[in-house]
Write a new protein. Sequence first.
Length: 119
Amino acid sequence: QVRLVESGGGLVQPGGSLRLSCVASRIKFSTYAMGWYRQAPGKQRELVSTITSSGSTNYADSVKGRFTISRDNAKNTVSLQMNSLKPEDTAVYYCNAHKMVLINPLDYWGQGTQVTVSS
């Protein structure tokens, strides 16, 4: 059974930093694009950042210059370094593993980790 387990969430003051990590098991990690998504109360889940199997990255405009995604294929881990956090970054953050199998998308999700930015 595929598992994605997030960690690193918590309460932080505005301007602070957090580092989220996601460890994947029972998948061929290096062949998946990995991503972080978030969902704030009353809002739809939105993309935060992705990193392809070859290391190309993509960021939502709202986090560009503040967040950095990285992956360690040897440790089956994807991380999200979040700096200069704002109250509007408050959300549950989810790890995603994605690949295409022929024409069909294959997605796995973690259970989420809460990030709260508040003074």
